[in-house]
Design a protein around this ligand. Structure first.
Ligand SMILES: CC(C)(COP(=O)(O)OP(=O)(O)OC[C@H]1O[C@@H](n2cnc3c(N)ncnc32)[C@H](O)[C@@H]1OP(=O)(O)O)[C@@H](O)C(=O)NCCC(=O)NCCS
Length: 139
C-alpha cells in the first residue's frame, strides 16, 4: 500500500451505507475490537438490526465504523466504534460520534467503553454513569 497516496485521498463519511460483513469483521480485527468476527452471519445480523450505522471511507476502503440504536426522540445507545489503526488519532472517531449523536440533541446517548478506550470518551466530553447493568450472553 502506498501510504502517502492513500493519505492524500480524502475521507468520506456516510450515514446510510451498510458495509459487507467481511469488511466490518476485517476492521474489527485490526482495531482489536472484541466482537464475533469469525461468524459473518452474526455480524450481518448485528448490522441489519441496528438503526444507526455511520461509516468512514477512503475510496471504497472502510476505515472507521460506528453502530448503535436511537429512537430519534429521547434515547440512544452506541454499541461499536472502531477506527483502522493506521488512521487513529486523526479525529475520525470523534467525527463518527458527532455524526451519530448530533442530528437530534433531544436524544441522550449511552455507551459502554472497551478497556482500550477507557479514557477516550472522557477526553472528548462524555460523562460517566454509575448505574449501568448488563444481562450476560452465553457466547
Ligand atoms: C478508540 C478509538 C475509536 C478512537 O478513535 P480515533 O479516531 O483514534 O480518535 P480521535 O482521533 O477521534 O481522538 C480524539 C481525541 O481523543 C484522543 N484519544 C484517541 N484515542 C484515545 C484513547 N484510546 N484514550 C485516550 N484518548 C484517546 C486523541 O488523542 C484526540 O485527542 P485531542 O483531540 O486532544 O488531539 C480508536 O482508537 C479505536 O478504534 N480503538 C480500538 C477499538 C476501540 O477501543 N474502540 C472503542 C470501543 S468502545
Amino acid at each position: 500500500v502506498d501510504r502517502r497516496a492513500s493519505t492524500a485521498r480524502s475521507i468520506t463519511y456516510d450515514r446510510a451505507k451498510r458495509p459487507p460483513p467481511e469488511a466490518i469483521a476485517a476492521l474489527y480485527g485490526v482495531a482489536r475490537l472484541d466482537r464475533p468476527i469469525d461468524d459473518l452471519d452474526r455480524i450481518r445480523q448485528m448490522y441489519r438490526d441496528s438503526s444507526l450505522v455511520v461509516t468512514a471511507w477512503v475510496g471504497d476502503e472502510l476505515i472507521g465504523i460506528l453502530r448503535g440504536w436511537s429512537d430519534s426522540a429521547y434515547l440512544g445507545y452506541i454499541a461499536d466504534l472502531a477506527v483502522h489503526p493506521d488512521r487513529q488519532r486523526q479525529g475520525i472517531g470523534r467525527r463518527l460520534l458527532k455524526m451519530a449523536v448530533n442530528p437530534d440533541r433531544r436524544v441522550q446517548f449511552v455507551l459502554r467503553a472497551a478497556p482500550t478506550a477507557r479514557d477516550y470518551y472522557a477526553h472528548i466530553g462524555w460523562r460517566p454513569v454509575g448505574n449501568a447493568w448488563y444481562w450476560s450472553r452465553t457466547n
